[in-house]
Structures are given as structure tokens and as C-alpha cells.
Design a protein around this ligand. Structure first.
Ligand SMILES: *Cc1c(COP(=O)(O)O)cnc(C)c1O
Length: 391
């Protein structure tokens, strides 16, 4: 390969990465400074302030982990779970399963609570398991990207008030920046996310926040955190006032995240959530008008990740291939048990737009028609258009 490299400019409507505002790409092309340069320290402080705003928290220990969302997940568990600690993980999809795997690797005394894929957890079931098992950590996914389900967390402080020693650990990878995530109000002790979903930044960093209580558990460990790279105490010395070298921060990724977060704050969280909600509802109106149905239970649907059941007789892989090759459009297939059964359509951050909704519905209609699936002509886009004009 020689000459300049030109990747295609795809429309990214899968489970992430989402499309990135050109301002974010430009930020990555800016000159490097050193990771101990006073100018970089200013960038770090701004980043932390913006992350606190988006997580709705006052937690001092709020920073981007160098690594993708999975590194955020590892950092969350590896710091607070000591061998033998009781850990309760709620599993209703692939990312809950992954949390359980990570907890097990930390030597946890693991118990899982399951709910059907496509449904959220019932508060009473979680409370019962909390009482029976008295875990040190309760872990749950806020936005299950494998099923399209949003787990309401508003009521969690109620069930946790009788368990002052339990830490609430939440995966907000697909919700942060698209759905409200209220770390302090919901009593979340550890919350992590990723940059390439609703924050619309390339993959590479994992915003994370630890409460005072979570930091106390980390500091009170009998043995050091087994991961040097993800040790929150050491990271806190670099991201806190000491500014001690820990690892070379990925400078350009941090520039990108700063710009992405500035875009979020310019839009304002409430307006941003409303945009995500509206585009999701328009998409659902279009999907249903085409005679298709949504997979996730109606009252618990994510705005950022829409799961559509694949109709009988339709070739999943062929549809996605056609969308990519003929329409330059990426959507996701099902993961785990849901492979071949659902499509995952992301409306995250920059990708959550009216034009994307209309374009996707039109492209899907053409693609399904080519496979012999009867769709009233223009039904999906018409229904979405009507939805937008009503509101
Ligand atoms: C994407 C995702 C992850 C993993 O993030 P990577 O950036 O792929 O490492 C974890 N949890 C959830 C809910 C996700 O959607």
C-alpha cells in the first residue's frame, strides 16, 4: 500500500463507534505536548470538570482510564474486589456476563442474578438477593448494548440504604451522554463508560468515577491492586494535585475527549437527552410502520441502541452487507444468544439525527424488499416524518 490512506466515511449506526464531529478529529491532529507539561495539566483539569458534569457527580476521583470501555470495566472491579469478596452481578445480556467474568478473574466469591434478555431487573428481585447474599459489590449494567435494555437506577438508593457496606458498581458505557446518568443522586459508587458511544469520540478512553467510599475500600485492601496500570490510587496521584508520572497519557485521545465533552456541554445535557429520545421514538414509529417489531420490552428501551427483531426468512448477514456496501451504512448484528435474531441500530451522540433515522429506514426498506419482504412503499420514513412533524 502506498500513497495517502483513505478509509470510507461510513454512517455509523451500529453499537459503537458512533460518528465523530469533525471538531473532534481536528483536535486529534493538534501538536503534541508532554504528559507532564503544565498546559496538559490544564487540559486534564478541564476534562475532569466536564466528566463530573456529565456523570452528575462531585467525586474527586473522576478521570479517563487509558483504554476502551472494557479497560474501564476492569478498572472498576480490580480496584475494589479482593479475593474472596462477595460480588453480586446482575446478568441480562453479554455485558453483564462480561462483568461476572471480570469479577471472577479478581477472585470474587461470585453470585449472579439473571433476568431474561430483553427485560430489565425487577427491584424486588435485586433487593432479595442483596439481603440473602450481603455482597461487598453489587454490579449492574445501566445500558445493556447487547439487548437494547435500559436498567432504571432511580430507586436503587432505597434498596441500598440498609446495606451501607455494599458498593454499587454501574456500567454506563452506552448511556453516558445519551441518557441521564446521575451518579451522586442514584448512590452509584463506581461508574465507568467509553468514549466511542454516546460521547462521539473515537474509542480509546474510558471515563470512570469512584466515590469516597469506593476509594476507601481500595485504600483498605490487604494487598496492592494486582493491576499496576489500572490502580486508581496511583492514577489519582497523576490526575490529582501531585501530578506524579504513572504512565504516558495518550495525549491526542485526551484532546479528542476534551473536544467531544465541550460539544456535549455546548449542547447541554437535557437537550442532548431529548434529541436521543426523540430520534429513538421516530425510529420505533418507522420500524413498526414497516411491520417489524422491537426486541426490548417497551418501557425499558434504550434511546441510544435500538434492537429490532429480524423477521423470519430474512438473511441477517446479507441485509447488513447490503446496507454497508450499497448504502455506506453500518448497523450491528446480535451478540451471543441473539446472533441472527436481532439487529442493533445505534443512535448515539453525533449519529443520533433525523437524517440518519430517515436514511436508515429508507435503506432498510429497499434491502428488505429485495429479499421479498413486503413493506408498504415508504411506510417507515413516512411514519418517522409524521412523528417529527407532530412534536
Ligand atoms: C461497548 C461496551 C463495553 C465495552 O467497551 P469497549 O470499548 O468495546 O471495550 C462494555 N459495556 C457495555 C455496556 C458496552 O456497550
Amino acid at each position: 500500500m502506498s500513497g495517502e490512506f483513505h478509509p470510507p466515511a461510513r454512517i455509523l449506526m451500529g453499537p459503537g463507534p458512533s460518528n465523530v464531529d469533525p471538531r473532534v478529529l481536528m483536535a486529534m491532529a493538534k501538536p503534541l505536548v508532554g504528559h507532564l507539561d503544565p498546559e496538559f495539566f490544564k487540559i486534564m483539569s478541564s476534562l475532569q470538570d466536564l466528566l463530573r458534569y456529565i456523570f452528575s457527580t462531585k467525586n474527586v476521583q473522576t478521570l479517563p482510564i487509558s483504554g476502551t470501555g472494557s479497560a474501564g470495566m476492569e478498572a472498576a472491579f480490580v480496584n475494589v474486589v479482593e479475593p474472596g469478596d462477595r460480588v453480586l452481578v446482575c446478568v441480562n445480556g453479554v455485558f453483564g456476563e462480561r462483568m461476572a467474568d471480570v469479577a471472577e478473574r479478581c477472585g470474587a466469591n461470585l453470585r449472579t442474578l439473571s433476568a431474561p434478555w430483553g427485560k430489565a431487573f425487577d427491584l424486588a428481585a435485586v433487593e432479595k438477593e442483596l439481603r440473602n447474599f450481603q455482597p461487598k459489590v453489587l454490579a449492574i449494567v445501566h445500558a445493556e448494548t447487547s439487548t437494547g435494555v435500559l436498567q432504571p437506577l432511580e430507586e436503587f438508593p432505597k434498596i441500598l440504604k440498609n446495606h451501607p457496606d455494599t458498593l454499587l458498581l454501574v456500567d454506563a458505557v452506552t448511556s453516558l451522554g445519551g441518557h441521564p446518568v446521575k451518579v451522586d443522586e442514584w448512590g452509584v459508587d463506581i461508574c465507568y463508560s467509553g468514549t466511542q458511544k454516546c460521547l462521539s469520540c473515537p474509542p480509546g478512553l474510558a471515563p470512570i468515577t469512584f466515590s469516597q467510599k469506593a476509594m476507601e475500600k481500595t485504600k483498605g485492601r490487604a494487598k496492592k491492586v494486582q493491576s499496576l496500570y489500572l490502580d486508581m490510587i496511583m492514577l489519582g496521584k497523576y490526575w490529582g494535585s501531585e501530578r506524579t508520572y504513572h504512565h504516558t497519557a495518550p495525549i491526542s485521545m485526551n484532546y479528542a475527549l476534551l473536544e467531544a465533552l465541550r460539544i456535549v456541554s455546548e449542547e447541554g445535557l437535557e437537550r442532548r437527552y431529548e434529541r436521543h429520545r426523540r430520534n429513538h421514538l421516530a425510529l420505533v414509529a418507522g420500524i413498526e410502520a414497516m411491520g417489524l417489531s422491537m426486541f426490548a420490552e417497551k418501557s425499558y428501551r434504550l434511546w441510544s441502541l435500538n434492537t429490532v427483531s429480524i423477521p423470519a426468512g430474512i438473511d441477517d448477514a446479507k441485509v447488513r452487507k447490503t446496507l454497508l456496501e450499497e448504502y455506506n451504512l453500518e448497523i450491528g448484528g446480535g451478540l451471543g444468544n441473539l446472533k441472527g435474531k436481532i439487529w442493533r441500530v445505534g443512535l448515539m451522540g453525533h449519529s443520533s439525527s433525523e437524517t440518519n433515522v430517515l436514511y436508515f429506514l429508507t435503506a432498510l426498506e429497499q434491502t428488505l424488499r429485495a429479499q421479498g419482504f413486503e413493506v408498504p412503499r415508504g411506510a417507515g420514513a413516512t411514519a418517522a416524518k409524521e412523528f417529527y412533524s407532530r412534536k
